[in-house]
Design a protein around this ligand. Structure first.
Ligand code: PLP
Length: 422
């Protein structure tokens, strides 16, 4: 079916909840995607930080086919090998358990980031009520955060635009300034049981806080008996050049949520918790029909194993760094760029003007990226991107930004062209 027809059908029959871009994608391979009319794009949108292994990764396809033939779904009242092995791999490679020796944690599986965060908040509330008494239920989250679209998670999300029209909001959430310990301390009450925070605010515009802030936050939570929950839904699974973003900061959470890239595009969510916290959940406390079914779990395990191969994450981190370095050079020449920031393969470019027209021009030239907040471009290359593909993306982005700046008379038409990544 041609793009025009797909777009028309969508507009007629699908609820109008997304400000969709005017293209219909039909096929993907590696860092590339094709629309339904055959136009090829470099896909640095990566399904909103889901396609970290690119499209149609050979190992993912192999596992998908083998496991689909074996067993796709059974109820969670049965044990299955893929789910057990996935949990082991997550625990052994995170704060929840050292690689050797006794394990210190467990995982729970669901289907999305919002659902993982809901599970984490339920776990924190029950843990705190059991340990300290029924008055404990409040969770402090951050202004400008994003935690998902369920009623509890739009409440947890510290941005009014996601809450408006859906009131009454859920009780039990208070908001602090991201990166500001004094603001957090001011929100603590006798009811506080946990702090829920993204290690880097993704939808909020790739906003970062210092490692020292996260270490102090950890110390403070320990001192006050609060659980520290890291929402790694977007920044986890290698996106920042380490398997989990908290590994950059020297501060471990008590609970971590994952989703997005965990199963390379199959719907999944996970709550990973330290053993004493995880033990709080008893049979009947929490459940999810599809959560961690054999097909999804097998693909997630392959995804993790691929990312844990020697050199995989280091290579992605290096490519992301040099991409960002080139953008910083470009910033010196183009005043329309006001800031370049990011970590690993999560890169943001702040502009002095709306980002959406730049996104549309990049799309015209065959590069998919997106805008977060009004004036920020977010670039999320697959971690498997080749150096040549990173160069090509940089070339297109630089060309669009230069043309825009020239069109606005901000740089002279004869300004020297930037070097592309070497
Ligand atoms: N948490 C963070 C940090 C996210 O970026 C997102 C989605 O963008 C979510 C939670 C919600 O995930 P989902 O859309 O899978 O429910």
């Amino acid at each position: 079916m041609e793009s025009k027809k797909i777009i028309e059908l969508t507009q007629h029959y699908v609820m109008n909840t997304y400000a969709r871009l005017p293209i219909a994608l039909a096929k993907g391979k590696g860092s590339w995607a094709w629309d339904a009319d055959g136009k090829k794009y470099l896909d640095f949108f990566s399904g909103l930080a889901v396609n970290n292994l690119g499209h149609a990764h050979s190992k993912v396809l192999k596992t998908l086919q083998t496991q689909a033939r074996e067993l796709m779904h059974v109820s969670n009242v049965f044990h299955t090998q893929p789910q057990a092995e996935l949990a082991e791999l997550l625990v052994k490679n995170s704060f929840a358990g050292p690689k050797e020796g006794p394990l210190r944690g467990r995982a729970f599986f669901c289907n999305s980031g919002a659902e993982a965060n809901e599970g984490a908040v339920k776990l924190a509330r029950k843990w705190a009520k059991k340990k300290f008494g029924p008055q404990k239920f409040e969770v402090i989250t951050m202004k400008n955060s994003f935690h998902g679209r369920t009623l509890a998670m739009i409440t947890a999300t510290g941005q009014e635009k996601y809450q408006k029209g859906f009131e009454p909001l859920m009780p039990g959430f208070r908001y602090a300034e991201f990166g500001n310990m004094e603001s957090l301390k001011a929100q603590v009450t006798d009811a506080t049981c946990a702090v829920l925070i993204e290690p880097i605010q993704g939808e909020g515009g790739v906003r970062m806080a210092s490692a020292e802030y996260f270490r102090e936050l950890r110390r403070f939570c320990d001192e006050k008996g609060l659980l520290l929950i890291f929402d790694e839904v977007q920044v986890g699974m290698g996106r920042t050049g380490k398997l989990f973003a908290y590994q950059h900061f020297g501060a471990e959470p008590d609970i971590m949520t994952l989703a997005k890239a965990l199963a390379s595009g199959l719907p999944v969510g996970a709550v990973v918790a330290k053993e004493d916290v995880a033990q709080t959940f008893e049979p009947g406390d929490h459940a999810s029909t599809f959560g961690g079914n054999p097909l999804v779990a097998a693909v997630a395990k392959t995804t993790l194993e691929t990312m844990l191969e020697p050199g995989f994450l280091e290579n992605a981190a290096k490519l992301g760094d040099s991409f960002m370095g080139q953008l910083k050079k470009l910033k010196k020449r183009l005043p329309i760029i006001t800031e370049v920031r990011g970590l690993g393969m999560m890169i943001a470019v702040d502009l002095d003007q709306p980002a959406k027209p730049i996104v549309l021009k990049c799309i015209e030239k065959g590069l998919l990226i997106n805008a977060v907040q009004e004036k920020t471009l977010r670039i999320l290359p697959p971690l498997t991107a080749k150096r040549s593909e990173m160069k090509e993306a940089l070339r297109i982005l630089a060309e669009v930004l230069e043309e825009t700046a020239k069109g606005q008379g901000v740089i002279a038409a004869a300004a020297p062209r930037m070097e592309v990544m070497s």
